[in-house]
Structure formats: C-alpha cells, structure tokens
Design a protein around this ligand. Structure first.
Ligand code: PMP
Length: 287
C-alpha cells in the first residue's frame, strides 16, 4: 500500500511526491535531516530532535520552514494516516530549488526551503534480534568533512562504510581519526570497563546524538560512571563491553571489533541495563 508523505505543505501519495531537479539537496547535499523513532504510535524524544534540527539549520544559515509545533502536527498526522505503530519519521529540509545550479546560496526571500517528511514502518523496532546477540563491527578511517556536528544529508561515506562492514561479514563500521574512534556510520559509540562507560566527548568531530544525551543522563541517574573522552580500537577490543546508540537502534550491544570478541562474545550486563532503562524512560515520555 502506498504511503502518504508530506512535501512543502501538502500530504500526498508517495508516488505523486516530486522535488525539483534544481533542489540543492539533490545537487549539493545542501540539506539537513532528523529521524525520530515511533514506539506504540508515539514519538520518541521529539523535543531533542527539534532542538538539534534548529541548531543544524542555524549552523548552515538555513531558514526553518515550520515551527516545532507545526512539525509535531505533521509528524503525528503522518504516523496516524500511515498507521505506524513502531517505526520512524524521516524529516529533511534543504535550501530549496533556485531554478539553476550555483554555488552561491540562493536568497531565502525568493527560494523557500524544501520540507519533506515520510514514515518507515518497522513493526517490533524495539525487539531487534541483535539486541540479544550483539553486533559485529570493523574499523575504517574517518575521512568525512570536519562539521560532523551538523546533521547533513551528505551520507555517502557512511553508506560506503556500511558496505565495507557488510563485505567483511559485519554489521557496522566504527570510524577512526588520529588513532581514536569518532563514531559509527550512523551512531555514537561506547565502551564499558567494569561500571564505567567511556564515550567520545562532544565536538565538531561527531554528531551530538539525541540518544547519546538521553543515555548519558539516565546512566548518571542510575549512578553509573561516565567518562567523556576519546578511546582507541585497541582499548575497545580490551573492554568488557561495547555498544552504540542511535534514535532507531536505541542502545545496541557490540560483541566483536575487527574480528576480536569482547569479553565472552555476548552482550554485557551494563549495555542490557542501559537499553532497558532507555526504552522504559523513552516510552514513558513519548508524545
Ligand atoms: N552519529 C551519526 C554519524 C549518526 O548518523 C547518528 C544517527 N543520526 C548518530 C550519531 C546518533 O544520533 P541519534 O542518537 O540522534 O540518532
């Protein structure tokens, strides 16, 4: 069955949704995005996504096409009309379609931003089998641009990284720069030693994960120790546990890095506990 999607003020069937060939998202990856999870028909951490979206737009000097309340209404409408119980809402904003190709930003007064949203239904999203078995990752060099704190649609290298992982029989790739792990292709990364969780500090080197912020807050509330600093692949291989976080994978255990099993090769207790706490709290505060 065809989905209903949203394009610039209109709800329409996906096959009727059209974007200009001059759209700067298409020509120049001049766009930002957010992915908000849906559990039980409700949006997870919507406020967090709005806040980061506003920051991404402001860092790129891009106009916001709608208020947070308007965005919430569109998210809810799409979830309702498409009957999404578990899944995601994808939102993308680009600098619009100036009707020509030019490196210079178009005047926002004459070129409004493009706003697109669509849903992806994923029944049982929170019950992913890998949450029980863990994922395998490889390490690859991080050759992305230097403003990874902005959530842009330039996802070619992360996509290539996923393919490198797949070719190696693994699930994801952890990117390494100057000897230290930055992040996964689409997630923030963590290692655990005893009761201490280590994750890279925020900077322009990584995306400020919405899930990361919630998990670190909940970990502190649960009296777990958190250390925000870079770590190496060698340190990760020697850790008791490892995991990654993202809005759609939540807290996902990692059991193998570059072919080396972590601990006994099964997800550890700290990761499992954090996943439970995170899902519990997020379901409670979903809107
Ligand atoms: N880092 C990168 C590079 C990502 O693409 C994502 C997924 N958006 C994340 C981290 C995790 O962010 P979030 O928890 O907000 O999904």
């Amino acid at each position: 069955m065809s989905r209903t999607v949203y394009v610039n003020g209109t709800y329409l069937p996906e096959e009727d949704a059209k974007i200009s060939i001059f759209d700067r998202g298409f020509l120049m990856a001049d766009g930002v995005y957010e992915v908000t999870s849906v559990l039980g028909g409700k949006l997870i951490d919507f406020a967090g996504h709005c806040k980061r979206l506003a920051r991404s737009l402001s860092e790129l000097d891009m106009a916001a096409p709608a208020t947070d309340d308007e965005l919430l209404a569109i998210h809810r409408e799409l979830v309702a009309v498409n009957g999404v119980t578990d899944g995601m809402v994808y939102l993308q904003i680009t600098r619009g379609a100036p009707g020509d190709r030019d490196f210079v930003f178009p005047d926002p007064a004459t070129t409004p931003p493009t706003l697109v949203l669509f849903t992806q239904s994923r029944p049982g999203l929170a019950g992913h089998p890998a949450a029980a078995t863990g994922m395998k990752v490889i390490s690859i060099p991080d050759i992305r641009w230097g403003r990874r704190d902005i959530k842009t649609v330039q996802l070619l290298y992360p996509s290539m990284g996923k393919m490198m992982a797949r070719k190696a029989g693994c699930d994801d790739a952890w990117m390494v720069e100057d000897g230290f792990v930055t992040e996964g292709t689409s997630n923030n990364t963590y290692i655990v030693r005893g009761n201490r969780i280590v994750t890279r500090h925020l900077s322009s080197d990584i995306l400020q994960g919405i899930t990361r912020a919630a998990v670190l807050r909940l970990a502190a509330e649960a009296r777990m120790e958190v250390e925000e600093r870079p770590f190496t692949i060698e340190e990760a291989k020697a850790a008791d546990e490892a995991f990654f976080t993202s809005a759609s994978a939540f807290v996902m255990p990692v059991v193998e890095i570059d072919g080396a099993a972590l601990g006994d090769g099964t997800p550890g207790p700290v990761t499992a506990r954090l996943r439970d706490i995170y899902l519990d709290e997020m379901r409670k505060s979903a809107i």
